[in-house]
Ligand binder design. Structure first.
Ligand SMILES: C[S@@+](CC[C@H](N)C(=O)[O-])C[C@H]1O[C@@H](n2cnc3c(N)ncnc32)[C@H](O)[C@@H]1O
Length: 444
């Protein structure tokens, strides 16, 4: 690594900008913003010796001869110098900056690509809302108070974490700084920070980019993340470095006792003061048993938030280019599961009632499910099985209901997979051109 990043305190310090053009004006303005004592020397007025006494120099003269002389002079005198656009003649480089005073984020590509530095700056600016400035000031005030009270560092850390996970930042964003300050003070009072909480968070169908912003923030700040077996490693990588991960993925057959154990573990961790994320595939309330966990947590008096996720029931057809509703083709949709025991009466009823039927967990008994549905709505009804939707290994097989199970077997379609039945499959405008789709000739 060539560069050592620092933030310079230049308040009242003599700084010189060489040059007359736009760059010189910009550099002088930036240094003045940092309250430096700035002198601008025009290109024609520069003589060796003019830099004497300066702490820092920016040569924006764009004149190779002046560049050479200023570099030599600054080097000989030990003055920090940046010759604009000449990396070999720079003792420092200026990063792209995101300002949320007092928070400052500096971005550098070590001179490789100013474009990328500025593109990243725009992204970080969007991510770090304006409320971050006052939020950092508020946490700074709390910190001074805690230090004055002699609160031990581990307790301070828990309080900061609790503030980060609380509504304080939202209150500032909504223009209620006084309420935010009151809440922060309440959290900082001894005892109040001991309460933990659980977030029931939807992780989406697989692609980490489909995680919500809120889910990302909660993962970054969680003490514990209890996750399903199917969550992608890239998604888990979004957890903070100190987060403890527990795979509580359920196996078929062991469902009921495991579910109680998971809820009990969530309650135990929250009551011990931890911020817990319960990360579930898709949406937590779509065949995810999130409702049961919520009920258990509420009964135990634990604070809970629910963060919806993109459900695979909608994402799988969408990622395969199948619109679940389509003008003139389908205006109603039913979502169900092929599991859950009992008869297939409900499946049959739903297939008759809705234009489009989405069946989750269909893979193990696909042949049986397809036969039941074919009996209800006819074997020529179009169907699709989409596996690993939104992931690099996504695959789609389409065919009529009476052939779909065989086609899925022939194509060795794996789990997780979702079945879609309805005319929208044949009408899907882009199905044939999407990658990894095998469209059966019998369709449409
Ligand atoms: C226990 S259910 C949970 C559903 C989840 N809560 C949701 O909203 O997506 C698991 C089923 O979701 C479907 N599924 C999950 N991820 C999928 C994916 N990436 N592609 C296709 N289907 C998926 C499959 O039908 C799988 O058997």
């Amino acid at each position: 690594m060539r560069y050592y990043p620092v933030f310079l305190d230049l308040v009242g310090q003599p700084c010189i900008v060489l040059g007359d053009g736009k760059f010189a004006l910009e550099k002088a303005a930036a240094l003045r913003e940092a309250e430096a004592n700035v002198r601008v020397i025009s290109s024609r007025d520069y003589r060796p010796g003019a830099l004497a006494g300066a702490r820092l120099v920016v040569d924006a003269s764009e004149d190779p001869e002046i560049n050479r002389l200023s570099w030599e002079e600054a080097e000989a005198a030990g003055i920090l110098i940046n010759v604009v656009d000449r990396p070999a003649q720079c003792r420092f480089i200026a990063p792209a900056i995101v300002r949320r005073d007092p928070l400052l984020v500096a971005i550098s590509t070590s001179g490789e690509s100013p474009y990328l530095a500025s593109a990243l700056r725009v992204r970080i600016e969007r991510w770090l809302g304006r409320e971050w400035g006052p939020f950092v000031s508020l946490v700074g005030n709390v910190r001074r108070q805690l230090r004055a009270r002699g609160v031990p560092i581990p307790d301070q850390t828990r309080i900061y974490r609790r503030i980060v996970n609380s509504d304080v930042r939202n209150l500032i964003r909504r223009g209620r700084p006084d309420d935010a300050a009151h809440l922060a003070v309440a959290i900082a009072q001894a005892g109040d920070y001991a309460a933990g909480r659980v977030a029931l968070v939807g992780a989406g169908p697989g692609d980490p980019d489909l995680l919500t912003f809120k889910a990302r923030e909660l993962l970054a700040d969680a003490d514990y993340v209890l996750h399903d077996a199917l969550i992608a490693p890239e998604t888990l990588a979004l957890c903070g470095p100190d987060a403890r991960l527990e795979d509580v993925g359920k196996r078929a057959g062991l469902d009921s006792p495991r579910q109680e154990a998971i809820t009990a573990r969530l309650i135990e961790l929250a009551q011990a003061g931890s911020s817990v994320v319960r990360l579930k595939g898709g949406d937590p309330f779509v065949f995810g048993r999130g409702g049961e966990e919520l009920a258990g947590l509420v009964r135990a008096g634990v604070e809970v938030v629910v963060v919806p996720g993109v459900t695979s029931a909608l994402a799988a057809p969408a990622a395969a280019g199948i619109p679940v509703t389509l003008r003139g083709v389908a205006s109603s949709l039913a979502i169900t599961t092929a599991q859950g025991g009992g008869s297939f009466d409900r499946l049959r009823d739903l297939a008759l009632a809705a234009d489009t039927l989405v069946v989750l967990m269909p893979r193990t008994n696909l042949a049986e499910v397809a036969a039941v549905l074919a009996e209800a709505v006819g074997g020529s009804r179009p169907a699709a099985v989409i596996s690993n939707a939104t992931l690099p290994n996504q695959r789609t097989v389409t065919g009529t209901l009476d052939r779909i199970a065989r086609l899925a077997d022939q194509a060795a379609i794996e789990t997780p997979a979702t079945l879609v039945v309805g005319d929208v499959v044949a009408a899907a405008p882009a199905l044939a051109v999407l990658p990894n789709s095998s469209v059966d000739g019998g369709l449409g």
